[in-house]
Design a protein around this ligand. Structure first.
Ligand code: UGA
Length: 428
């Protein structure tokens, strides 16, 4: 099938490359000329395992093309995806201006029937608004579809190729069948719904996973008071299939470009529609408090923070990504700095992105040992595999004091004690 994808951010580019890989002819469109120039050469603007290989291969096979001009991509397309950003505004509301602008342009340039599919995460009822917007400029036939994505950074290609489910919200069978045909090579479970339900499934899924994380973080905090081990509790709870074992890892709170934004947006849009979603208010509060508790722990362990040196391992919001958006690591570092701490940081791949935000404020180290060297405390903020394989005896020698706060529970407390660390983790 012939596909256009507007927006070559995370969602758009992964979807475009994967749709080309399963046999479709895909044109990815973005306003950013520099980005498109690089993509044409196969240069992916962010780190995502397996993506650059897929992009290069499908450019070579003439299945994947890049354009800055929307009007060149539209005429031949059977499905036009909108995959531009919906960043959060100050009040939590999703900013729909990019989606609306693209919809307007599609309306102005559409010449024949096509399915317009929204992949951007949008609040319920947005698709209906977008449909009206396209209709304002185009009086021919088209269908609007909601097709949210469930890709995780770090495993996005695999998530696309082997999805648990594909959600398609549409108003008629014709549009549903076109979308079914698109995804048929994946042999995946396809669940079709009405438009608003599909939009809500995306928000509800992210908000529920964020709730699970805040829930286990609260259990972890209680565990610290009563001497239980949150790892054992997650395992014990997760054995119940009604609960499930995923997203029960306690830590320093969820971050990234999706959970924080989507939880706030769902809360805001519920409020606008007359419902106070009070559970989500607590989910957000617990998530913020988890960062503050980490700073409190460091203060207690060091007997004050002013002029102390803290080495930080990990800047990305989770392992296997270079993304630092709403990263708990970066937020905690900023709190350390406010408290007069000197901070030394290391991350396997997120350093370049972190420099944009922390340059001149922290010391960027060549490797994890340099970050530990002469530090009064080591804080583990991201669960990179590299950190798990480290020479702990060497780390102990390098630290001024053998003190570690492990915000991701990557080591065993008993082994750390045996080595001679004063080791504080989360909920253990
Ligand atoms: C998330 C969802 O998992 C995807 O399904 C969704 O498509 C995506 O958002 C999106 O809306 O685009 P992602 O943001 O890549 O994916 O990251 P996750 O793996 O979900 O992790 C989010 C945050 O929760 C990270 O900071 C992670 O460290 C934290 N987390 C995750 C925990 O603290 N504990 C856990 O048990 C799991």
């Amino acid at each position: 099938m012939k596909i256009a994808i507007i927006g070559t951010g995370y969602v758009g580019l992964v979807s475009g490359a994967c749709l080309a890989e399963i046999g479709h002819n895909v044109i990815c469109v973005d306003l950013d000329c520099e980005k498109i120039k690089n993509l044409k050469k196969g240069t992916v603007p962010f780190y995502e395992p397996g993506l650059d290989k897929l992009v290069k291969k499908n450019i070579k096979n003439k299945k994947l093309f890049f354009e800055t001009d929307l009007t060149k991509a539209l005429p031949q397309s059977e499905i036009i995806f909108i995959a531009v950003g919906t960043p959060a505004m100050r009040n939590g509301e999703a900013n729909l201006s990019y989606v609306e602008k693209v919809a307007e342009e599609i309306g102005r340039n559409l010449k024949k029937y096509a399915v317009v599919a929204i992949k951007s995460t949008v609040p319920p009822k947005t698709c209906e608004k977008i449909k009206n917007l396209v209709s304002k400029y185009y009086d021919g036939q088209f269908d609007l579809v909601s097709n949210p994505e469930f890709l995780r950074e770090g495993s996005a290609v695999e998530d696309f190729m082997k999805p648990d489910r594909i959600i398609i919200g549409a108003q008629n069978e014709k549009a549903k069948n076109i979308m079914r045909e698109l995804y048929s090579p994946l042999n995946a479970l396809i669940y079709t719904t009405r438009l608003e339900s599909s939009e809500m499934i995306k928000y509800a899924s992210n908000a529920f996973l964020a709730t699970k994380i805040s829930f286990i973080n609260e259990i972890a905090n209680v565990c610290e008071e009563i001497g239980a081990d949150v790892g054992e509790i997650s395992k014990g709870m997760g054995l119940d299939p009604r609960i499930g074992k995923e997203f029960l890892k306690a830590g320093i709170g969820y971050g990234g470009s999706c959970f924080p934004k989507d939880v706030r947006a769902l809360r805001h849009s519920s409020g606008v529609n007359g419902y106070d979603f009070c559970l989500l208010k607590s989910v957000i509060k617990v998530n913020n408090r988890q960062r503050q508790l980490t700073v409190k722990k460091a203060k207690k362990l060091l007997g004050g923070l002013k002029n102390k040196i803290i080495g930080v391992w990990g800047l990305a919001f989770k392992a296997n990504t270079d993304d630092i958006r709403e990263s708990a690591a970066v937020e905690i570092i900023k709190m350390f700095l406010k408290n007069g701490v000197k901070v030394k940081v290391y991350d396997p791949i997120a350093m370049a992105n972190a420099k944009k935000e922390l340059s001149g404020k922290v010391v960027f180290c060549e490797d994890l040992y340099e970050a530990a060297d002469k530090s009064d405390l080591l804080f583990i903020a991201t669960d990179w595999d590299e950190f798990k394989k480290t020479d702990l005896l060497k780390v102990k020698k390098l630290l001024s004091e053998p003190k570690i706060i492990d915000g991701r529970n990557i080591f065993s407390p008993s082994e750390m004690k045996e080595i001679g660390f004063e080791y504080w983790s989360v909920g253990r």
